[in-house]
Design a protein around this ligand. Sequence first.
Ligand SMILES: NC(=O)c1ccc[n+]([C@@H]2O[C@H](COP(=O)([O-])OP(=O)(O)OC[C@H]3O[C@@H](n4cnc5c(N)ncnc54)[C@H](OP(=O)(O)O)[C@@H]3O)[C@@H](O)[C@H]2O)c1
Ligand SMILES: [Zn+2]
Ligand SMILES: [Zn+2]
Length: 498
Amino acid sequence: MKEHRVALRTPMPADEVFDRLQHPESFTEAGIESVEPTAEGDRYALRFRGGLARWIQRTEADHAARVLKFDQVSGDFVDFGGSWEVTPDGTGSRIVHRVAFRTSVPHLAGAIEPMIARVLLRAAADVVSGLTGEAEVVEGALHDEAPGAKPSVAAYTAPSAGAALEPTTIERRPLGPHDVGIAIHYCGVCHSDVHQVHGDWGDGTFPMVPGHEIAGVVTEIGADVTRHAVGDRVGVGVIVGSCRDCGMCVQGLEQYCAKSVETYAAIDRYHGGEPTRGGYSTHIVTDEHFVLRIPDSLPLDQAAPLLCAGITTYSPLKHWDAGPGKKVAVLGLGGLGHLAVKIAHALGAEVTVLSRSERKKDDGLRLGADHFHATDDPATFDLLAGTFDLVVCTVSSRLDVDAYLSLLANGGTMVYLGITDEPLGVSVFSLLRGRTSLAGSQIGGMAETQEMLDFCAEHGIGADVEVIDATRINEAFDRVRHGDVRYRFVIDASTFES
Ligand SMILES: NC(=O)c1ccc[n+]([C@@H]2O[C@H](COP(=O)([O-])OP(=O)(O)OC[C@H]3O[C@@H](n4cnc5c(N)ncnc54)[C@H](OP(=O)(O)O)[C@@H]3O)[C@@H](O)[C@H]2O)c1
Ligand SMILES: [Zn+2]
Ligand SMILES: [Zn+2]
């Protein structure tokens, strides 16, 4: 429960305000249901229930009442109320108005609380003015930042390549007509974040706020937004922009658009050339086309990794027809790998995990694999030679690719998802012998990402997560680098603020 407060100075002396408070009828017009003195004597409890919808309509008709179905929302709130503290202030009085909410729908609270608080605080100011004459705000605010302002939000940033991440404040762009403002609840830690902060892929753009596995709730929408509403549970993945016009974009393959914009460490050509900053932050503003709906049945912490690891594995599994009758090997059981196992299993394929050792065997079988083999045992390669229709490689460093190509059945494909900047060094003979293919695949388009989220909801698939506070990001990075994660770190975004 969060408290919002505003202090108002009024010309009416405190005694007189107390007198008037004895006659709460005068308030009902303004929507207050009751005013009760509390045990402290100088404090009055106000009940707003029931009056809220009227206030909203009066004060926020153009925006809040339209995007929020407030009658329903007020039903969801099991309790919301406030209090006035009245104390003498020179010749007048000082009224401190506090509002606090308790809700039966926790994920709505973060999105809706600030809006309701704004309405109630403003309404309180109206009531105080009506009661006492002109009231002046002396502390707190009646309004959120004015439209057009650049909201400052808490984040974690890497100041330079290889440096530890540290807390910072960043600006998000003002909400444009097609933009969605999102309160981030969770952000996954992808191995790509670790690579990029370490400068593994050449010069990065620093300072860097990583994070492209974002799950949260819509707090604001631009005037022309049609796909999302305030209160919706949503996600943002690896890209936040593309040209929307080229052959790739038209086919829904925005991830292969030559002019796509990544969620962080990119230059946003569609928004004034600003560097993009990712989800290690409390809020983000994103064009609605790149915002996905997260089905209600998926917990937001488990859904966050689907926005990168989930779609990165789902897309190639679908493209290469993983399904009944197909033998699929998942190479590397990490963030991507564990979701590849769950998804390939749900698609009906026969799934084998190829992990460096036997350590993760129980997990692999629990996640849905039919078989598990350790690649540190040379016998594995003899045993499985010529077996797989598809080998999905999620390993984040160099491998003996020829050895894995030898595991493909005739016509099979080994698809690279894991990223190493070292040359692969493949023998052509490995490809000729069984007319096999070596391929790569990168995340997925927006429509396919939505399809993946819906598929995961239908099959009860979320990531296996270890939720951490922001203060543990650097430790998490070290652990990802050492393969010590089962199977995704997810940062609780509320801890960016402290
Ligand atoms: N293509 C794309 O669009 C895309 C999207 C997201 C991420 N990625 C890339 O995919 C890779 C994996 O990401 P992730 O987040 O899943 O990482 P992760 O959680 O660290 O998992 C990688 C797994 O690879 C295996 N592995 C690590 N080092 C190895 C080594 N030296 N030799 C053999 N196996 C090794 C480990 O599995 P075992 O312990 O089971 O052996 C490890 O759990 C990263 O390179 C990332 O940048 C690509
Ligand atoms: Zn990623
Ligand atoms: Zn394009």
